[in-house]
Design a protein around this ligand. Structure first.
Ligand code: KQY
Length: 367
């Protein structure tokens, strides 16, 4: 498939649809690296099987897997999941994968951003990341989609959410971080986003979730339910370090309008009641390797129900065995009356540093 030179999605009439729009399918990458997933990824693999199995009930789901783990993944996943061998550095397809775009005729293209493992040599989470940086291109081959490759612009899919109608949500904490595009101003970054996602307005939430190792990805903090309506991670506990972050975001969002001039409706979604901390057993199960973020006993993980995935007729919602799980389920049932809410116990994904949204990537519906 072609790398498109000298043009942009905006010039060519392609846009990134909202995740809540109809999909052709979903991609996931199989977890295995022992310095990120405990016990060589075995517990996480069970959860990934659960996530893929749920998604595959509603839309085609493809799991990408290294040659080393291919036979195991094929054995563990149900037959209705497509399993494709693809080399990788880790399993965060939201971030290293293609950002797919469509035009009014229903044709598919993609943005292929530069990926540097969430901050490169400044504060990135592992080295090297060369295989991950090729995942988007390979997904485009599988989907028969031409791509726009941005060699000079670092971005992860988890750091953007769009309403598909011209507005993009990001956080300043992430997009202006020192390890991504330090040579570009906020205005330059905004212009690239407008050109490559075909949006007219970027909403800059100041910060994401406390202790999020991605420098505050928006997909853990705020998500579009539909155009004009978002959910925001929230706590009422003013002593929680999350409080000031959520309050600042709430104040910002409720005082802004989107690209179409709408005031946003902001739904608060409580984070887990009790902070979710890494246990000694969990910490000891992860290989401590120089150059990879350590997993230390007692560290607070960036648990948020906002990191859910919206697909055809369903929402896959991470739950944590916390008192607030039920509130999150009820809230999402209210917000998505036409979709099944599928709660999945996701502690093992959280331990790897993200959640269900971070391990999935949608392919929008194409004709
Ligand atoms: O949350 C994400 N989008 C990815 C987190 C990566 C963590 C790597 N340890």
């Amino acid at each position: 498939m072609k790398k498109i030179e000298n043009s942009t999605p905006r010039k060519d009439g392609y846009r990134m649809p909202g995740e809540f729009e109809r999909h052709s399918g979903t991609y996931i990458i199989w977890p295995e690296r022992p310095d990120n997933w405990r016990l060589g990824g075995k517990p996480a693999q069970n959860t990934f099987v659960e996530v893929a199995s749920v998604i595959g009930k509603y839309e085609p789901c493809t799991v990408l897997v290294s040659s080393w783990q291919y036979a195991n993944a094929r054995e563990m996943l149900p037959d209705y999941i497509r399993v494709v061998e693809m080399s990788n550095n880790d399993s965060w397809v939201r971030d290293c994968g293609a950002t797919f775009l469509v035009n009014n005729e229903g044709n598919l293209r993609a943005d292929d951003w530069s990926f540097n493992a969430w901050g490169g040599l400044v504060d990135g989470l592992y080295f090297p990341w060369d295989k991950d940086d090729m995942i988007a291109q390979k997904m485009c081959e599988l989907e028969h989609a031409d791509r726009y490759r941005l060699d000079d612009f670092v971005l992860e899919g988890g750091s953007i959410h769009t309403d598909g109608e011209g507005t993009l949500l990001v956080t300043e904490e992430c997009l202006l971080s020192a390890g991504r595009n330090p040579d570009k101003s906020k205005e330059e970054i905004e212009n690239i986003l407008k050109e490559y996602l075909n949006v007219d307005k970027v909403l800059w939430i100041p910060k994401g979730i406390y202790n999020d190792e991605t420098n505050g990805h928006v997909d853990n903090m705020c998500n579009y339910v539909k155009p004009g309506e978002v959910v925001l991670a929230w706590t009422d506990d003013v002593n929680d370090p999350q409080y000031a972050r959520s309050k600042e975001a709430y104040d910002y969002l409720t005082n802004e309008v989107d690209a179409k001039g709408r005031h946003l409706k902001v739904h608060k979604l409580l984070i887990p009641k009790k902070p979710i901390l890494i246990t000694q057993e969990e910490s000891e199960g992860v290989d401590a390797v120089d150059g990879t973020l350590p997993r230390q006993e007692g560290d607070r993980m960036a648990a948020s129900y906002v990191n859910y995935y919206t697909g055809n007729g369903f929402v896959a919602l991470p739950v944590f065995g916390d008192e607030h799980d039920e509130l999150a389920i009820e809230k999402l049932k209210e917000l998505y009356p036409d979709r099944n809410i599928e709660p999945i116990y996701a502690r093992e994904i959280l331990l790897g540093g993200g959640n269900i949204h971070c391990i999935t990537q949608q392919v929008p519906f194409r004709k």
